[in-house]
Structure formats: C-alpha cells, structure tokens
Design a protein around this ligand. Structure first.
Ligand code: NA7
Length: 541
C-alpha cells in the first residue's frame, strides 16, 4: 500500500550521491525504466515528488477517477508472470486499483529500494567537462549521474486559473490532481466544480449524489460518450490471460495503441442508413470504440466529422430533461474528437437532478473568487467547497517547471518557449544524455511508454558496448522532427481546436502541437529505424 512506503526526506545538502542514471518520476514510465536500467547493471536512483509511487495514479485520487483505456491493455506487457498473476476487476479500472497495481509491480520487482519519495527535483544542470548531470532537489540534496531520464508524465503539472481573490476563499479548495488521501467529506455541502473536461466528467456524477448542492461552472461543453464499464467475469479473465500475446501484438500495430482501430472507409461514401447503423453499433460498445473505431476521416474531414458530431449531439439532447440545459451541454464550437473524448457514466443524468445547477461561464464569466464562493458577472454563489477540475500545463509544463540547463548553460525552458523541440520526442539538442520518457503519442499510454523505455534502454546499452559516453540529436534532425510533428497535426482536426493538445488551455502558452499525431505504429517504426541505422539523427561521442 502507498501509505506504507518507506520515505527518505531530502535534507542532506552537503554530500553528492553518484549514480549511473537518475530517473525523475515513479509513474508508469519511471518504474519500468528503473527495472530495465537495473537489468543493464546500472546504479539508478528514482526521485519522486509524491509520498507514494504511481504518478498519475498516485496524484489523481478524486472520486470517479479511472482508466479510459481498457484495463487489460493498460497493464504492463513485459512480464508474463505479472500478466498471469494480476486480475483486473473492472474493464475500466478505478484509481485505487490502479495505484494498487503499480505498488504490486514495485514490490514484485523489488523496485522500492532505488526510489526516493518526497523528493521534488528543482534543477538538473549538465556539466560539460565531466559529462555528468547534477540534479538538485527542493530540499537541497544533490546527486550526479551520466544519464537523466525525465519520466515526468504529460499531465502532471496541474493548472489552476489565476482567478482574482483565489486565496480569499474561506471554505475548502481542491484541485482534482492533488486530491487528499484522506476522504473528503462532501456530504451535505454546497460544492462548486470549475471545468467540464474528462476529469470533471468522471467526478460530477459521483459527487452530485453526495453533496447537498452542486454547481458546475462550464466554459466549453465536451462530446462525452458512454464508458460502459463493467466487472470482468472469471471467463473474461481467463480469456485475457490466454490471449495476452495476441492482444499485445495487435495494440502495437494499431494506429491508436488500443484494440480499436479506425475504419479505413470514408464516412460519407458509406450509404446513410448503413452509416447510422454503424454509429449506433459503435455507440453501444465500451470505451473509445465510438472515436477510435470510427471512420478514419472523421479526424481529418470536417463534413465526415460533423455527420458524427450531430449524431452525438442528439444523444446528449435525449438524456437531459431540460432542453435549455441540454443545449448548453451540446458542443458546437469544435469537432468531435479534436479534444480527448471524456468517457462518462451517468454524466448527463447528473444534470437531471434537483441539486445540480449548470452555469455557463461564457454567458456569465467568473469575475473572482470571494471569501464566500464564486462571483460571476451576474451573481455571487456561496460554497463550502470549490473543486478545480481545470486541467494541466500539459507535456511541456512538467519539464519546464524544472530548471534544466544543458550545454553552455542553455535553459530548457527558454529553448521550449515556443513549444516542444525534440527529435523523436526522445531528446532535445544541446541536452546530452537527457532522455524524455513520457509517452508523447496520441495513444494508449502504456503501449507507447514501454516502447520509449525500451528504446532508451537499448540506446544506453549500445553506448556502453560501443564506448560512447554522450548522445544528443543534431539540430537539423530536431528541426525536421518539429516540422514533421506540425505537418502531421496540421492535417487533422486537432490543429484548429483549443485544447491541451495544442497548449491552448494555458493563457499565454505558445500554440504548438504537443503530441505526436501520426499513427502510434508509425512512431514506433520511426524510433526503431533511427536506432537500427546507428542512431541516425543523433551525434554519439
Ligand atoms: P482539461 O481537459 O484541460 O479540462 C479542463 C477544464 O477546465 C475545461 O473544461 C476548461 O474549459 C476548464 N477551465 C480551464 N480554465 C478555466 C477558466 N479560467 N474558467 C473556466 N473554466 C476553465 O483537463 P482534465 O483534467 O479534465 O483532463 C485532462 C486529461 O486527463 C484528459 O484529456 C484525459 O486524457 C485525462 P475549456 O474547455 O478550456 O473552455
């Protein structure tokens, strides 16, 4: 259990510990990276900010938090023993179980002895002469290593809008990604939720049942689709276990890293009746089938997208009793799938409850937080609790919040001011031996994360075998990759939509595609090809 984890406070400011590799973050990527680098015989230290391991599945313990990937596809694929031992209880497993799973993995593979908890990395500075990185923690502790692997996650830097008066509120405030470990008692309270992204969509139906009154402050409605979660039956469990090899082969080959894959037909070329029947079929399926199993061109063709978007809008209208509220919940300003589709359970029904109110902050913007609650243009609402479900400074935020300095003292934050600058999303020129191990692809998380970890491990093994001591991409390779990322995204409906995919959820953040939007299988091939050609695009010395 997370509570029982050993904790090593970072207070020893004098001494410097030396390791072969330092991993920042003990989430899905960091844990696997530790396991792999240990197998290479490296001395490794993981620094983890949390009091427990699990990354996303440690921090996001808000009510309702669960996978939107099918559980069996999210689990690690690299240990047959683990696959056979672990029973997923639900098809879309919840946070407590996911945290338990990662703790089980840490125990099974004896990972804890190299993980230092409560250890937030403040800076990482490259010493060119020594070819070493010096990492400093918030508490002052320092450590050096030849390799640093930033396994910091893509959605770990929480974002709270800078509302005026935010600190004046006299009640309780929580950001969903820093939800307390102790139970938060919402019973009988007047609660506000700000935001209606994937997080809020999971949280709202659960807390609506508990609170005296819930007010949801919505800026942009989303296309939410039914999750259709259920318990895994013993027979399904046996089927998973008997077929893991086939399943893993498939999810490495699909464009999405899921079992679902796009239908190659063009939506509008399929006769209307057949198309609508297919939509209904997809809608009835669990998970992302209705997005990632849909006609391929919904992601690139506005007409095809609008056809399905209208189908979804009608589904929303049919579930909300008050037509005025329903219309507020219907998205009209962006295409279906241009933001990650929130998967829901009884989300729209929450708005049929007498104790739930929807406030459209486009009509009536939030002006400030007051000691009593939230003041919009029209009125002041009083609350006991405010829940910020306002998202993350995605992808770049977790890295630029660390003071990373590369060759010549170059600041990572400054280099990335206009968006991520990498080659293969794995390394940034001028920052030798710093590897980025957080899945950047628009893909099922673990599938792609495992590939990154294995690529980094193979690269370090190669360097050691060939007596290379440093690796970094060439500026030309990086330039080409940034342009490639942009070109791939510009062909899709993601490009013009304001979402965290484009960094557009953070005021002042430069608009740039943050994720690799080509197929996950193509991304895998591009990374593997570069390695097979002796790390083409990189300089090894
Ligand atoms: P998201 O998807 O970024 O959602 C954040 C929500 O907060 C969204 O509804 C925002 O509205 C809203 N928001 C942000 N700033 C404000 C202000 N200033 N006023 C009102 N509302 C605001 O984050 P989530 O945590 O829900 O999900 C992130 C990912 O986690 C998700 O994609 C899954 O992959 C899992 P907006 O839409 O910007 O108008």
């Amino acid at each position: 259990m997370a509570n029982a984890l050993p904790q090593t406070p970072a207070t020893n400011a004098g001494a410097i510990d030396n390791f072969d590799a330092i991993i920042i973050g003990a989430g899905v990527c960091g844990l696997y990276q530790l396991y792999r680098l240990r197998q290479l015989g490296l001395s490794v230290r993981v620094f983890e900010d949390g009091e427990g391991i699990g990354g996303t599945w440690y921090w996001n313990r808000y009510p309702g938090c669960r996978f939107d990937s099918e559980s069996e596809t999210y689990g690690y694929s690299w240990s047959e023993e683990l696959l056979q031992e672990w029973d997923w209880k639900e098809h879309f497993s919840g946070q407590p179980e996911n945290e338990r799973y990662l703790n089980y993995v840490a125990d099974k593979f004896d990972l804890r002895r190299d993980i230092q908890l409560n250890s937030r990395v403040k800076s990482a500075v490259y010493n060119e002469q020594a070819n070493l990185w010096e990492v400093q923690l918030e508490g002052g502790q320092r450590a050096r290593a030849q390799y640093v692997i930033a396994a910091v996650g893509v959605l770990s830097a929480r974002y709270v809008p800078p509302f005026e008066g935010i600190d004046s509120f006299k009640g309780e405030s929580y950001h969903t990604s820093r939800w307390p470990r102790e139970k938060v008692n919402l019973a009988g309270k007047r609660v506000a939720v700000i935001g209606t992204g994937a997080t809020a969509v999971q949280l709202i139906p659960i807390v609506a049942k508990e609170v005296a009154h819930l007010t949801v402050f919505q800026r942009t409605p989303n296309y939410c689709a039914p999750l259709r979660n259920s318990l895994v039956t013993p027979e399904e469990q046996r089927t998973f276990k008997a077929n893991y090899a086939t399943m893993h082969k498939r999810i490495r080959e699909t464009a999405t890293g899921f079992m679902h894959d796009f239908d190659p037909r063009k939506a509008m070329e399929v006769p209307k009746a057949e198309r609508l029947a297919r939509y209904e079929e997809l809608w009835a399926q669990p998970g992302f089938a209705k997005w990632l199993g849909n006609y391929r061109d919904i992601m690139v063709n506005r007409e095809a997208n609008e056809d399905f978007a209208e189908f979804v809008r009608d589904k929303i209208r049919a579930r909300v009793k008050d037509p005025v509220v329903a219309e507020k919940l219907v998205p009209k300003d962006h295409p279906f799938g241009a933001k990650r589709i929130p998967l829901e359970t009884q989300y729209y029904e929450a708005y049929n409850r007498d104790n739930v109110l929807l406030v459209d902050v486009r009509e009536s913007p939030i002006e400030r937080i007051t000691p009593k609650g939230i003041k919009t243009k029209d009125k002041e609402y009083e609350f006991d609790v405010i829940i910020y479900a306002t998202g993350f400074d995605a992808v770049t935020g977790p890295l630029t919040r660390i003071d990373i300095r590369g060759e010549g003292g170059q600041s990572f934050k400054e280099k990335w001011a206009d968006g991520p600058r990498t080659y293969l999303c794995l390394q940034s020129a001028g920052f030798p031996n710093l590897f980025l191990a957080s899945n950047p692809a628009l893909c099922n998380y673990t599938v792609c994360a495992e590939m990154l970890v294995e690529w980094i491990t193979d690269c370090i093994r190669y360097m050691r075998e060939k007596h290379f001591t440093r690796i970094a991409p060439t500026p030309q390779a990086e330039e080409g990759w940034v342009a490639h990322m942009d070109a791939c995204a510009s062909r899709t409906i993601l490009y013009d939509t304001n979402s965290w995919f484009m960094g557009a959820n953070i005021p002042g953040k430069k608009r740039a595609i943050l994720l690799y939007t080509n197929s996950a299988a193509t991304y895998r091939k591009e990374c593997q090809d570069a390695a097979a050609k002796g790390y083409e695009g990189f300089v090894l010395r």
